[in-house]
Design a protein around this ligand. Structure first.
Ligand code: UD1
Length: 417
């Protein structure tokens, strides 16, 4: 079993460059299928979820190779339009392939991705968007059979789902006619997908706002694109400094994409300086509790940063209330934080964190990706050694969490057993 050994309790000092965004690169890799040609994707992080996306592309008949931080996908002659259960089961984001495979091949067969460690994760909005574009979708026995020639339509999403917005954009980019997506999600990764789609010849406008207009094109082509920096990885490293004290610098990310997170850290007493080239954080005194943190679609406070910021506030003076409004089961890190000495009470969607003077190192296990990162954040601020297992969750979204924390000055090493 691989573990991270973290000796915490001393201030950090260092600098780290963040990887390309997991949530940016996954839809972009699926969208390479639409190009019908060769795509170069730069700043492609080394994540197990990226490896699975590349395996899916290879299964579909594309060539996909990595050269350093660049991934080259040759999507000139895909041969299949099915995704086997084994690949679907390895990653929920495999549902991103539905729109592009359908648009490119005229059909798609895959198994229903089902629930995951965050609780039930329906895909009804993805399916209704594709149905609006003319897809016929047969759902039976946990499988989806989709077929149809797609044409532009007006799609109104019942809620601003990130994945449904992205699936609709990708399918519409290669459909006939114009599509308008109303109540679209506004996450920065959606603007990044728009950037990639336009780089391969698509005509997509409005990403980042609630209305996206896609004029379908048949002549998509080869392209080159650099994935944006990972705002949640950046939030993790800033939270690590907030947890341990000291000072640190994070580069390779647009500070505007995590302004709700840095606002909370500032309110807690951290000194945060944001500039186009770097975000710097200094933590000179014990943190204090902040006003209630409610997760919300972008530009609200990100659900993906909830656990991470909670870990940093475990020692803040006073009580902080968290309300998780996006996913049902997103407090799975709490029991392990309590094992480390935190005082946290959960009631449904609400968690109340009452600051304690110290946290103590413990053996803890990541139950999901961001919850696992939160345990690492707590561990760098805890007295003594923590041993963190469940790294398979963390490796889905962090290219090298141990290396990044070490670059910030933490005493952390990874043991592969
Ligand atoms: C994406 C991110 C994930 C992040 C989440 C919310 C990727 C690869 N993942 O996930 O890291 O935590 O956004 O910011 O980008 N919903 C439905 N029906 C649907 C789709 C979603 O009811 O068809 C619900 C979900 O259950 C959830 C909410 O909508 O309660 C938001 O989910 P969504 O924005 O779709 O998240 P993902 O795209 O899965």
């Amino acid at each position: 079993m691989s573990v991270l050994r973290i000796e915490g309790g001393r201030p950090l000092r260092g600098s780290v460059r963040v990887q390309g965004a997991k949530n940016g690169v996954l839809p972009i890799l699926a969208a390479t299928l639409l190009s019908g040609d060769v795509c170069l994707i730069h700043n492609c992080p080394r994540l197990t979820d990226v490896d699975i996306a590349l395996d899916i592309l290879r299964h579909l008949g594309c060539r996909a190779v990595r050269e350093g931080e660049c991934v080259i996908v040759d999507a000139s002659c895909p041969t299949r339009w099915d995704i086997p259960d084994e690949l679907m089961g390895r990653m929920r984001s495999s549902v991103f392939f539905l729109g592009p495979v359908l648009a490119r091949m005229g059909a798609c067969r895959l198994s229903y991705p089902g629930g995951c460690e965050l609780g039930p994760r329906p895909i009804d909005l993805h399916l209704s968007a594709l149905r609006a574009l003319g897809a016929e979708i047969d759902e039976g026995h946990g499988r989806l059979e989709c077929a149809g020639r797609l044409r532009g339509a007006e799609i109104t999403l019942a809620l601003p789902s990130v994945g449904a917005t992205e699936n609709a954009m990708m399918a519409a980019a290669a459909a006939r006619g114009t599509t308008t997506i109303v109540n679209a999600a506004r996450e920065p990764e959606i603007a990044d997908l728009q950037g990639f789609l336009n780089a391969i010849g698509a005509d997509v406008r409005g990403a980042g706002s609630s209305t996206i207009v896609v004029r379908g094109r048949e002549d998509l082509h080869a392209g080159e694109y650099t994935v944006l920096g990972d705002r949640i990885a950046a939030a993790t490293y800033l939270a690590a400094v907030a947890s341990a004290g000291g000072e640190g610098e994070v580069t390779g990310v647009d500070w505007r994409h995590l302004s709700t997170v840095t606002a909370v850290l500032s309110e807690a007493g951290c000194l945060v300086y944001s500039s186009p080239s770097a975000i710097r954080i200094e933590v000179r005194e014990p943190l204090r509790a902040v006003r209630p943190i409610r997760t919300a679609p972008y530009p609200g406070f990100p659900t993906d940063a909830q656990a991470i910021v909670m870990a940093a506030l475990c020692k803040a003076r006073g009580a902080t209330v968290f309300a998780e409004n996006i996913f049902d089961s997103r407090y799975r890190h709490v029991d392990d934080l309590v094992r480390m000495g935190a005082d946290i009470k959960v009631e449904g969607r609400v968690a109340v964190v009452t600051g304690v003077e110290k946290l103590f190192g413990a053996s803890v296990r990541a139950a999901d990706l961001r919850g696992g990162a939160a345990l690492a954040v707590a561990a760098v601020g805890a007295q003594g050694e923590s041993v963190l297992s469940g790294l398979e969750h963390i490796d889905r979204g962090y290219a090298d969490l141990a290396g990044a924390l070490a670059a910030l000055g933490a005493d952390v090493r990874r043991e592969e057993n």
